[in-house]
Design a protein around this ligand. Structure first.
Ligand SMILES: Cc1cc2nc3c(=O)[nH]c(=O)nc-3n(C[C@H](O)[C@H](O)[C@H](O)COP(=O)(O)O)c2cc1C
Length: 288
């Protein structure tokens, strides 16, 4: 939606207040950052136009605290090239300040009508242990409920599987080895920090784009800080367990999980950078 199209009082209320009403509070970051908007301010926003009255001027300023001094496009390019999925992590804890820095950058991602549709539940310590135990038990009892890929896309998964399991040194016929590797999905690949990415169930495809933008920004910011990541649709395979363990309300759809931690340098599959299709497969240029 184009920003000029919106701004009636009621519309503002439906965009902003549900998140607050449901207690979908932002993690508090630095004072003055977008995420430290107070409830007072939200009340003000719901009674007024968004930019005109509700959000203080400083919220629209770039955050000089988080902008790396002397950064260049090459830093960005290196980070983009460096990010790849990590499938075994060290138990070394993740410093909370790195997560906060990465989140402060991730929320600068664009979104439809600036809804900021992302909702992320981060889990570590005993809460993560309980979730992992429950997921592993479920995974041992039955397969996850993940919609199959459409037929014409299935070959991507088998090609990726061959590369990933090949890099792990697991031969095709080693069923037990495969099973053990797959089960690590529900341990967040042993990462000490797990995340569950959600979005309000009433939002649509364009808003899922916004969540994706948030996620990629988050992953890149984490990569730039030396952390590894892996997004995980597998975490959505047992939604009742995830909801119950993390108290995720029915209003939120669970989109995927994310594992965050320091990569295990001795795990060969962590060095795998999988290839991409040639640009012509997905991009069309039309000029007359
Ligand atoms: C939405 C999403 C869900 C994913 N789910 C899983 C998963 O459940 N398990 C896994 O090992 N990798 C998962 N991945 C990682 C992809 O396999 C990986 O991004 C892709 O193969 C490209 O490799 P790269 O991330 O190393 O560049 C997921 C990625 C995305 C974006």
């Amino acid at each position: 939606m184009f920003p000029g199209l919106f701004r009636e009082e009621r519309e503002v209320e439906t965009v902003i207040t549900p998140r607050i009403q449901r207690g979908l509070a932002w993690t508090r970051l630095r004072p003055g950052s977008r995420s430290s908007l107070s409830l007072d301010l939200i009340a003000e926003v719901s009674n007024a136009g968004v930019k005109q009255k509700g959000i203080p001027e400083e919220t629209w300023e770039p955050n000089s605290e988080t902008a790396p001094a002397g950064s260049s496009m090459f830093d960005l390019e290196q980070t983009i090239r460096e990010r790849h999925s990590i499938r075994l992590f060290l138990s070394q804890p993740v410093p909370p300040e790195l997560i906060n820095e990465a989140l402060a950058l991730a929320v600068l991602a664009p979104s439809n009508s600036n809804i900021q549709p992302w909702h992320l539940v981060l889990v570590s310590g005993p809460a993560r242990e309980r979730l992992v135990q429950a997921l592993l038990e479920a995974a041992q009892k039955g397969p996850p409920n993940i919609p199959p890929l459409p037929e014409s896309f299935k070959h991507f998964r088998s090609e990726l599987g061959a590369q990933v399991y090949g890099a792990m040194g697991i031969p095709r016929e080693d069923k037990a080895g495969h099973q053990a590797a797959v089960l690590r999905n529900w341990e967040f690949f042993r990462a000490p920090l797990g995340g569950v990415v959600c979005m309000h169930r009433d939002l649509g495809l364009a808003d899922a784009v916004g969540v994706g933008m948030f996620l990629q920004t988050f992953l890149l910011a984490l990569t730039a800080r030396g952390l590894g990541t892996c997004l995980e649709v597998s975490i959505t395979g047992y939604p009742e367990i995830v909801r119950a363990q993390l108290a995720i309300p029915a209003e939120l759809s669970i989109l995927c999980g994310v594992a965050i931690g320091y990569p295990d340098p001795d795990f060969p599959a962590n060095k795998l950078h999988v290839g991409r299709e040639p640009l012509r497969e997905n991009i069309v240029f039309l000029d007359n």
